[in-house]
Design a protein. Structure first.
Length: 228
């Protein structure tokens, strides 16, 4: 009888130890997954634009690329996707209100990671809004708004936004600043089975790389909002 109890105890201990190991492995997998897109961030946010295909690729692209309403930080900053002209001035001022010199080493690394992946190529020739050292590469209001918003979110909401999530947010504003060009890119991407990610929408040579197709109705949209 004592031998049977000892065996039962050993079995229970082994089962419990196995369960603990499985739980730890699962926790590590989840932790690694949450770090793939940069620091912080909420699992509810996306790093690509949602698309609902209806058969009209131009309208699908417009609905996916052109944001509306208040962004998550809209009330906080007094900006709205529905008013890009007022908002660009507010966001551009953040570039000076949050000096690059005020960023910590870790914050600056994030800032460079984001800012070197987006440009305002439709009005400026700079490859990105900042260079690899974090210095301004373009002086227009569009690029200043990208820099300002990215620094603000990194500085004030570091754990709530990943680098890729911030880049997507900047890409949404870019679509409001250059609706015709950005919708044209989105149409080309959708026609070729590509997802609408920041990497795709910020590819300066996208239209040269793929077959654009018929995008004649995009001409009804303005070419640019805000001045260089």
């Amino acid at each position: 009888m004592v031998l049977k109890k000892d065996n039962s105890t050993r079995l229970l201990v082994m089962v419990a130890a196995t369960a603990v190991i499985l739980l730890l492995n699962q926790w590590q997998i989840l932790a690694l997954s949450s770090q793939e897109s940069g620091l912080g961030g909420s699992p509810s946010k996306s790093t690509k634009l949602a698309v609902q295909l209806s058969g009209d690729v131009v309208q699908d692209a417009i609905k996916a690329v052109i944001p509306t309403g208040l962004p998550e930080y809209g009330a906080e900053l007094g900006v709205s996707f529905d008013d890009p002209i007022t908002s660009i001035d507010i966001l551009a001022k953040l570039d000076k209100q949050v000096p690059t010199a005020s960023l910590t080493e870790e914050e600056k690394a994030r800032y460079i990671s984001i800012g070197t992946r987006i440009s305002c190529e439709f009005c400026c020739g700079a490859i990105s809004v900042i260079d690899s050292s974090g210095r301004d590469a373009c002086g227009c209001a569009h690029s200043a708004s990208f820099r300002g918003l990215s620094k603000y979110l990194i500085k004030n909401h570091p754990a709530e936004w990943t680098d890729d999530e911030i880049l997507l947010e900047l890409t949404k504003w870019k679509s409001l600043y250059y609706p015709k060009n950005m919708v044209e890119k989105a149409v080309a991407a959708l026609q070729n089975g590509m997802e609408l990610t920041p990497a795709v929408l910020n590819d300066r040579d996208l239209l040269k790389k793929i077959n654009v197709g018929d995008t004649s109705s995009i001409g009804e949209l303005p070419s640019m909002v805000g001045g260089c």
